[in-house]
Design a protein around this ligand. Structure first.
Ligand code: GDP
Ligand code: ZN
Length: 293
């Protein structure tokens, strides 16, 4: 029989058998126990031993494995930000977009807490939405408080394994609760891991429609260069890929015939996004102030 590991907490492994809509305590058999680590998100094969126990005979090959907290076979990441309370961190969002795209995951951008924006906040939200929409990203406005935008977001999460990422306090736990109806400890668990007090935090997959939502508030601080070569970063700014520079290996710095630089001049590419790119690859160009005032 086939199952999926929905929870891994210390030695305790929980396996859901979709066929039966039932969860069992998973016990890895000898060979698996010795050779394989098992993580939430792992697809496993085995047999039901008794009403509570599932013997795991095989762990299927993983599509991917995210770490800290560990979760396997992730399909999609909802990157949650707020404009106010806490203030928007565009560099963090840009890093998360680049890293998850590099890892081959679908990314969705959510601006949460739209119920609590003042006039300045509303204008700022519009500005950033335009920037990310022009860059080619999918964007949602939500409020975990009022329910605004939740249906639209839900409809994107019907299949596969979805995780939520973003800074502490932006409302990841609140959104997961609102979407799945499962109460999570709001404003507690995630902040503990982020301060590093809890090193082994349990990961749980919550069934949602035909897929799962991971209660595993992941990376809130990432740096693209910890994941990839400097030359790779430009490939994960979708708006850069629309332009064909004179040199195919153009880094969009000081090269001749750089079309990205031309697009910046024309306002077709956002200066904020380009500044994030430079910061990510630790570069500086002296023409920046001229083009982006
Ligand atoms: P996390 O650290 O990203 O998981 O954030 P939490 O879900 O713990 O939320 C942090 C705080 O923001 C809590 O006090 C929530 O009640 C509050 N919050 C979350 N979503 C919203 C929202 O949409 N609107 C408002 N006004 N507050 C929210
Ligand atoms: Zn270029």
């Amino acid at each position: 029989m086939e199952g999926i590991v929905t929870e891994r907490a210390g030695q305790k492994i929980t396996v859901l058998i979709p066929e039966e809509s039932k969860e069992y305590r998973g016990i890895p058999l000898g060979k698996v126990r010795k050779k394989e680590k098992i993580f939430a998100g792992d697809y496993v094969e085995g047999r039901v031993v008794d009403s509570q126990t599932f013997a795991i005979e095989k762990v299927k090959e993983r599509k991917n494995l995210l770490i800290r907290p560990p979760i396997a076979n992730v399909d999609r990441v909802v990157i949650v930000s707020t404009i106010q309370n806490p203030p928007f961190q565009n560099y963090l969002l840009d890093n998360l977009l680049v890293v998850y795209d590099f890892l081959g995951l679908e990314t969705l951008i959510v601006f949460n807490k739209v119920d609590a924006l003042d006039e300045t906040g509303k204008e700022e939200l519009k500005k950033w939405e335009d920037i990310y929409r022009n860059a080619g990203h999918k964007i949602f406005r939500t409020s975990a408080q009022t329910g605004e935008g939740i249906e639209e977001l839900k409809n994107e999460l019907s299949e596969g394994i979805t995780i939520f990422a973003g800074a502490s306090g932006v409302g990841k736990s609140s959104l997961i609760s609102k979407i799945t109806g499962v109460e999570l400890k709001v404003g507690e668990v995630s902040s503990k891991t982020e301060r590093g007090k809890h090193t082994t935090r349990e990961v749980r997959l919550i069934p949602f429609r035909n897929g799962f939502i991971g209660d595993a508030p992941g990376f809130s601080r990432v740096e693209a260069l910890n994941f990839m070569e400097k030359e790779e970063v430009r490939n994960h700014f979708p708006e850069f890929l629309r332009y064909e520079c004179k040199f195919s290996d153009c880094m969009h710095l000081n090269e001749d015939g750089c079309q990205v630089r031309e697009a910046l001049k024309k306002g077709e590419i956002s200066c904020e996004r380009f500044k994030s790119y430079l910061k990510m690859i630790h570069e500086y160009v002296d023409w920046l102030n001229e083009v982006c005032s």
